[in-house]
Design a protein around this ligand. Structure first.
Ligand SMILES: Cc1cc2nc3c(=O)[nH]c(=O)nc-3n(C[C@H](O)[C@H](O)[C@H](O)COP(=O)(O)OP(=O)(O)OC[C@H]3O[C@@H](n4cnc5c(N)ncnc54)[C@H](O)[C@@H]3O)c2cc1C
Length: 406
């Protein structure tokens, strides 16, 4: 083996976790190589947060993560905190802002975060090879050997690489055009690790029933709601799209939804809609039900709700409604039951729910139990964050945990 191709640490995947792990491992004195299959590193970061990268969340808490083992994420998250990442961002003079729910975004561009990671890698002498496809990972005599096929516009060649430690940071299945791949799961299976049920997460819903034309008609309209499914509730905006429902409330609840589940939508989370209508019945008895609603919801949505829930009463002034009629409509407005037929899938999902079963992984170091030198970090593991910067914080924290062990 050519000495040049011998490394202390090889990292598969030059995304959030891979780059972050690379420069921390290199700062510990390791010779580090990153192999990235795309033509550039950090593609998902560039597209994240609407191009401004929601890079962490001030309010990170283990409750914001889903996993078969809800305790797994605790150690890494407590060792590398949001403040640690904020310190790094400030050190690089990156302008950022706090939005609601503690979410931190770049003011200028997500490029700032990618450039920061590349700069740190450069300063630490990390070697990064893009357009590189790894294969044939073999573990023998405490060393990992693998091949890498490099195909770019200028060059096409093969490398045989050897390393003491292999860090798998290839992410997950979501958004294949941004590097989403199942390579990490394949490697996990090669080493006899269980991969827990994979699903698209943080993803819009689609419908095939009566809701489909309604969503199409209301496409582009957004409204604050409270959404509940399987005991979890989120209060956020919901967006109608030409395919179905999206927006932060929907993305959040999609992590808790399974095929066949019904979700319940409270269209008036900030007010007691029934009392509001009863008061209007007394004060403005000539008003129509729909007109009363339009002080709190867009007319376009109110038009559709009328067709759905009180078509026969549409022209009857509220003063002529019985209280029980008002109650029964309000029950629907507070708990509108909708049944998605599917999600938009990995094409648009921000994350992949579930992943490699964490029972195989040390929560302190991310190393595979009983498999010295093999590490899995980031989204490939069965740790899925809520929307709001949590998934990047998991990538940074799990990468840091691994790097500290390298
Ligand atoms: C559109 C979009 C927006 C998002 N916005 C946010 C946000 O604002 N805040 C937030 O917290 N999270 C966000 N996320 C989620 C977040 O991007 C991921 O959770 C995070 O990037 C996971 O980090 P990772 O290092 O595990 O994987 P990734 O960042 O996905 O990196 C994996 C890397 O591995 C490479 N790779 C894959 N297969 C191979 C292979 N066989 N060989 C070599 N390399 C390979 C990929 O090309 C990629 O570069 C968003 C996701 C998407 C899709």
């Amino acid at each position: 083996m050519n000495q040049e191709n011998k490394y202390d640490v090889v990292i598969l995947g030059g995304g959030a976790g891979g780059l972050f792990c690379a420069f921390h491992a290199a700062k510990n004195g390791n010779k580090v190589l990153v192999l990235e299959k795309s033509n550039k590193v950090g593609k998902k970061i560039l597209m994240s947060g609407g191009g401004r990268c929601n890079f962490t969340n001030r309010l990170v808490n283990p409750h914001n993560f889903l996993s078969k083992n809800k305790h797994f994420c605790k150690s890494a998250l407590s060792r590398y905190t949001p403040q640690d990442f904020i310190d790094l961002v400030e050190f690089h003079n990156i302008k950022y802002e706090e939005r609601k729910h503690g979410q931190l975004f770049c003011v200028d561009s997500a490029k700032d975060i990618v450039n920061m990671l590349i700069k740190e890698c450069k300063n630490a002498n990390v070697k990064i090879i893009t357009d590189a496809l790894p294969s044939n990972v073999i573990f023998n005599k405490n060393l990992y050997t693998l091949n890498a096929e490099i195909n770019n516009k200028i060059d096409s060649y093969k490398l045989k690489i050897c390393t003491n430690a292999l860090v798998v940071a290839t992410g997950a299945l979501s958004v294949p055009t941004l590097g989403g791949s199942g390579y990490g799961y394949d490697l996990a299976k090669q080493f006899n690790l269980e991969v827990v049920d994979l699903h698209a997460g943080l993803v819009p819903f689609m419908f095939t029933d009566h809701l489909k034309p309604i969503c199409k008609k209301l496409s582009g309209v957004s409204h604050p709601v409270s959404i509940t499914c399987n005991g979890m509730t989120f209060t956020e905006d919901m967006l109608f799209t030409h395919r179905g429902l999206s927006g932060p409330a929907i993305l959040q609840i999609s992590n808790y939804w399974s095929l066949g589940d019904t979700i319940s939508i409270n269209l008036f989370p900030a007010i007691d809609i029934e009392s509001h209508i009863l008061i209007s019945k007394k004060s403005t008895p000539k008003q129509r039900f729909k007109t009363i609603l339009t002080s709190d919801i867009s007319k376009a949505i109110a038009d559709e709700l009328e067709i759905l829930f009180w078509p026969d009463m549409a022209n009857i002034p509220i003063g002529e409604w019985s209280n029980s009629q008002i109650k029964s409509v309000c029950i629907n407005l507070k708990a509108w039951k909708v049944k998605p037929s599917s999600t938009e899938g990995y094409r648009t999902a921000e994350v992949t729910k579930c992943g490699i079963n964490t029972k195989h992984i040390s929560s302190k170091t991310m190393e595979v139990h009983g498999q010295k030198g093999l590490y899995f970090i980031g989204e490939v593991l069965d740790v899925t964050g809520h929307l709001g910067g949590y998934n990047f914080q998991w990538a940074w924290a799990s990468a840091y945990a691994a790097a500290c062990d390298l």
